[in-house]
Ligand binder design. Structure first.
Ligand SMILES: NC(=O)c1ccc[n+]([C@@H]2O[C@H](COP(=O)([O-])OP(=O)(O)OC[C@H]3O[C@@H](n4cnc5c(N)ncnc54)[C@H](OP(=O)(O)O)[C@@H]3O)[C@@H](O)[C@H]2O)c1
Length: 248
């Protein structure tokens, strides 16, 4: 079975790649997710049986300041990848990694049936990627949403006390993704941790991060920050999948 992981150099991809040691993990020089020709050439050559699609232009500021690249990578790239996958192997299983940033973040604890309403361009592109995948003729496809950070020193001087998530660390989420792939789950699924945490509480669980300062969303907006999904917490209607915990 040939597994292809896109975005394998990223925060999540690094952990997912460890769990699929035989997977194809092309760098962007071999498979450029913003380039239709590169995607079709690579997929036609390798004809994977499973695609774990993690590559994306992530981060709110890069997507706001380079909307064209965000669109080409996150929306068109996902469309070309699933089309190429379908053309080369109709039995292929396709997993698309999405985000709670498709929600407006006013309420939190969103389930799979809640209606998205993104606050920023990143969220919009990830939402359109979801729509492409869920409405595709390829039968074996899934959209997974989750909150995660790498298990490493918090990379910023501060962390929000009033932005929330049901977080997992990247290795925990990678393990959950492996279970989804093994089960060949199809449809939409939230992979959630059991605890509602503020980002500051999350930072306190990260190694060497005890000096991270508290900050508020209002203060961040006042300083000119882009609009964010304030409450990113997710729940799931698929209770049998609500079994993951953040590793402390
Ligand atoms: N981080 C979060 O909080 C979060 C939460 C929920 C969902 N997600 C989703 O989870 C996935 C992984 O996120 P992450 O935080 O691990 O991302 P990340 O650390 O920013 O890594 C992004 C990955 O995508 C690759 N990539 C970007 N543009 C590409 C292109 N044009 N062609 C090929 N590869 C390209 C990068 O490759 P290079 O090494 O070449 O740059 C890198 O491997 C994304 O789909 C993201 O939307 C993220």
């Amino acid at each position: 079975m040939k597994v292809l992981i896109t975005g394998s150099t990223g925060r999540l991809g690094t952990e997912v790649a460890k769990l699929f040691p035989d997977a194809l993990t092309p760098r962007r020089t071999e498979l450029d997710a913003s380039d239709r020709g590169s995607i079709y050439t690579y997929v036609a050559k390798e004809k994977p049986d499973v695609i774990i699609h993690l590559a994306a232009l992530t981060g709110i500021p890069p997507c706001e300041t380079n909307k064209e690249l965000a669109w080409r990578t996150n929306v068109e790239g996902t469309m070309h990848l699933i089309n190429a996958c379908y053309e080369n192997n109709k039995g292929c299983y396709f997993l698309y990694m999405s985000t709670p940033c498709v929600m407006d973040g006013k309420r939190g604890m969103y389930v799979e049936t809640d209606i998205p309403n993104p606050e920023n361009f990143y969220g919009l592109t990830k939402l359109l990627g979801e729509v492409v995948v869920l409405n595709h003729a390829l039968k074996n496809r899934t959209v997974v949403r989750g909150n995660f950070v790498p298990k490493m020193k918090w990379p910023h001087p501060g962390a929000f006390t009033d932005r929330y998530g049901t977080y997992l660390f990247a290795p925990d989420l990678a393990k959950a993704i492996q279970e989804v792939v093994d089960a060949r789950y199809t449809g939409m699924l939230h992979l959630v941790g059991q605890e509602l945490l503020s980002m500051h509480q999350l930072a306190m669980l990260c190694p060497d991060s005890q000096d991270v300062k508290q900050m508020s969303y209002a203060e961040y907006l006042k300083n000119g920050g882009y609009r964010l999904t304030q409450n990113m917490s997710l729940d799931t209607i698929h209770k049998e999948w609500k079994r993951f915990r953040i590793s402390k």
